[in-house]
Design a protein around this ligand. Structure first.
Ligand code: GTP
Ligand code: MG
Length: 301
């Protein structure tokens, strides 16, 4: 199956929820009038696009229809697609492609799919010919370390791990030095997802980044936040919360295959001013895709 078909298949549930709602409005209103805009706004909000972003989309749509003197709703449909696509692209900054070591810190609450996404990322980078190393920074549970070992095995990459309960920053210390010694291209660090204490987590992440900075000052560092699409608007609040805890460079949005709430991607891109870098569309090792706003919108409509 090609890239685009896989994306379409992964988005099936979101597609039917989102597109059904939008299409119903366009079928009911042939002429462009205020009622159409109101119904469309409601359709977007119920499709998890978020209130703020839905209002913005409708405002832009109103302006375009005035400017281009659009009276038939058919013509407005294409404009809607373009507006959504450009809203999402405005914040899309590609990840930095610099030679040398790149350290990716993966954060997010419990169960969103951090470890799974790391496994998939490792596989992806390895397939691109890169040398990958994983760091088992979630030392909170032994099972978490085992789980990462399984993924390392599956994707055929190395892992640095310590005992359960050890200091994540010391795992990172060893991992960064191993990465330097082995000529690693990408080091991906798993972290524990507990968020019962915002201050502790903030401290832990800060310490990890400090160690990485000290041990590998020239390395590119990137913090990716993992969000679970099935949680819809809650994913959006998690993005806000984590934005206060750490400096986030991009988002991995998981479990898009299992939800009709994928419209939340549009809100995340727009309201958080953060690029969605990757999307998870299944549990398999090759079910992580680079995210492109235009492909996403094409697959959706
Ligand atoms: N369908 C689907 N399931 C996913 C996807 N990504 C992750 N999962 C599943 O989500 C569950 C949790 O994934 P983990 O990777 O363990 O999540 P985590 O964030 O590391 O969890 P903690 O370590 O407990 O904080 C697993 O059952 C994964 O198979 C995805 O894109 N699609
Ligand atoms: Mg985990």
């Amino acid at each position: 199956m090609g890239f685009f078909d896989k994306l379409k298949e992964g988005l099936q549930k979101t597609k039917s929820s989102f597109t059904d709602k939008v299409d119903t409005v366009f079928k009911a209103f042939k002429k462009v009038d205020e009622e159409l805009f109101e119904e469309l706004e409601e359709a977007l909000i119920t499709a998890d696009v978020g209130v703020e972003t839905s209002l913005e989309i409708i405002d832009r749509l109103r302006a375009v229809s005035k400017e281009k003197k659009i009276f038939e709703s058919d013509e407005l449909y294409t404009e809607l697609k373009n507006i959504i696509s450009s809203l999402m692209s405005e914040n899309a900054s590609p990840s930095t492609e610099k030679a040398g070591l790149k350290i990716i810190l993966v954060i997010g609450v419990n169960g969103v799919g951090k470890t799974t996404s790391i496994g998939k990322l490792a596989y992806k980078f390895k397939s691109e010919g890169k040398k990958v190393l994983l760091a088992a920074g979630d030392t909170f549970r032994a099972a978490a370390i085992d789980q990462l070992m399984i993924w390392a095995d599956r994707s055929g990459v190395d892992i640095v791990k310590h005992e359960e309960g050890s200091d994540p920053a010391s795992v990172v210390f060893d991992a960064v030095n191993a990465a330097k010694a082995r000529g690693t291209d990408v080091l991906i660090v798993d972290t524990a997802g507990r968020l019962h204490n915002k201050k502790n987590l903030m401290e832990e992440l800060r310490k990890i980044l400090k160690v990485a900075d000290r041990e590998a000052p020239e390395a590119t560092k990137e913090t990716l936040l993992v969000l679970d699409a099935t949680t819809g608007q809650n994913a959006l609040s998690q993005a806000k919360l984590f934005g206060e805890i750490a400096e986030i460079n991009g988002i991995i949005l998981t479990k898009l295959d299992g939800t009709a709430k994928g419209g939340v991607v549009i809100a995340i891109c727009n309201e958080q001013r953060l690029p969605v870098r990757y999307i998870g569309v299944g549990e398999g090792i090759d079910n992580l895709q680079d995210f492109s706003p235009t492909d996403f919108v094409e697959a959706l409509f």
